[in-house]
Design a protein around this ligand. Structure first.
Ligand code: G3H
Length: 428
């Protein structure tokens, strides 16, 4: 895959700008039709694209196929939302009798060029969830897939061209962020940036971007709060799925378990048993725990585990590494001096923290630079809702694991997890 130079980036943006004018002049239905054909092609080619995703970013075929189908649904949902959106009029008389003769008609117009920067872990879905709302509303998209994930991103784009989209309207800009990233994000033709990736890169983008709207989906340190004996079993099941699937290479993976002291023995025993049953190996063999995306990522996660063990943590299970494969690991006896307390691993290691009472559980959950999601396990829904109101995150899941979907729901983070809201209607 070729690497763009900053000069070539500039040329692609000028062409996209010209193409956008024609695209925005089409009827809403004409634009939505192209995207609907794209959704159809994604379904048709789901197996082929899923195989590529599996090989490129090391996700199981089943998960990759789900990702492709989820993306086709997202396109269709977004089209539907857009085509059924009525615009409002606002009579000035609502405000004051002095404005009886004034009225506003609210219109939505395209921004122009939307820069979509997607991450490696969902090379199809987290590309499409940026591209589809931007295109249907009449914008051009400058698509910068992650380097690991660029082949899948290129296939996503090829299917869109096959569906009838002018290539100039959505150039796929490939290359290292260190070479072209700044040229892209600070280019005066860019009118909006939608980014998913690390907090460091997101903050760097926000410094360069200038006065354009930003949607940043960055890191997370999602906590699962287990606060009720009746929910221990269900919580353990959800945590094992939400904390370890795809080796936890998801911003919404459960990355801390916060449990009341008296529930700790049951939670620790349940987790040790269930995590020990997880399949470890190759994505091609449908393993839950797969090698991390790079040696650098595995070094980082191993470093977090070693740091904790050296400072007195104990591994209830796991702790080892083979190549880029990190064993599913649950750590206990955690202190704030350990890096794992605050840092996001993006790998299969989860610390358990035990707390005296609900108040301490809330304080511990909020003691994080991140604020993406949180799970609360409690059989009293009123109590769970009351606790949820004190947690500093974008979304709280009650009696379920942290996750983004379904994709019509608003998805957002606070603190270092980002800003701006994604999801079917909010993205439009
Ligand atoms: O990695 C960040 C993704 O937005 C997480 O999405 O909850 O569907 O895995 P997910």
């Amino acid at each position: 895959m070729r690497e763009y130079t900053p000069e070539e980036v500039g040329v692609a943006l000028i062409k996209a700008n010209a193409a956008q004018t024609k695209w925005a002049a089409l009827s809403k239905h004409d634009r939505a039709d192209v995207l609907a054909r794209w959704a159809g092609l994604l379904r048709e080619k789901a197996d082929e694209l899923a195989t590529l995703v599996m090989r490129e970013v090391g996700k199981t075929f089943a998960d990759a196929r789900k990702e492709v189908l989820r993306s086709a649904e997202y396109i269709e949902y977004t089209n539907h939302e857009y085509l059924h959106q009525d615009l409002v009029t606002m009579p000035g008389d609502n405000y004051s009798r002095d404005y009886r003769n004034k009225m506003a008609m609210v219109q939505r117009t395209p921004l122009g060029l939307v820069l979509a920067i997607s991450p490696f872990n969902y090379p199809v879905n987290l590309s499409i969830s940026k591209i589809s709302p931007a295109l249907v509303t009449g914008n051009a998209v400058i698509f910068k897939p992650a380097t690991q994930g660029a082949l899948s991103g290129a296939m996503v784009a090829d299917l869109l061209y096959e569906a009838g989209l002018d290539r100039d309207l959505m150039p796929v800009i490939t290359g290292r962020g260190s070479v072209i990233g700044d040229a892209l994000t600070s280019h005066p033709l860019i009118d909006m940036i939608s980014f998913t990736g690390s907090t460091d890169v997101g903050k760097h983008i926000s410094q360069l971007a200038g006065a354009v709207p930003l949607v940043l989906e960055m890191g997370g340190k999602d906590a699962a709060l287990i606060l009720d004996a009746d929910k221990v079993e269900a919580a353990v099941d959800e945590i094992v799925k939400g904390g370890f699937g795809y080796s936890a290479q998801r911003c919404t993976a459960i990355k801390r378990i916060i449990v009341l002291d008296d529930l700790y023995p049951a939670v620790a025993a349940g987790l040790t048993e269930k995590v020990g049953e997880l399949t470890v190996g190759s994505p091609e063999d449908d393993a839950v725990i797969v090698p991390l995306i790079s040696e650098q990522s595995a070094d980082f996660v191993e470093g977090l585990i070693q740091d904790a063990l050296q400072k007195g943590a104990k591994a209830l299970c796991g702790g080892g590494r083979k190549g880029n494969l990190i064993e599913p690991t649950v750590l206990t006896d955690i202190t704030k001096e350990m890096r794992i307390y605050y840092e996001e691993p993006f790998g299969p290691v989860v610390p358990i923290l035990s707390v005296r009472d609900v108040q301490e559980a809330i304080e511990t959950a909020n003691d994080s630079p991140y604020g993406l999601q949180c799970s609360i396990f409690h059989s009293d829904i009123d109590k769970a809702l009351a606790i949820a109101n004190h947690i500093e995150v974008g979304s709280v899941q009650i009696n379920g694991r942290t996750e983004r979907g379904p994709d019509n729901l608003p998805f957002l983070g606070v603190k270092n997890s980002g800003f701006g809201v994604q999801g079917g209607s909010p993205s439009i």
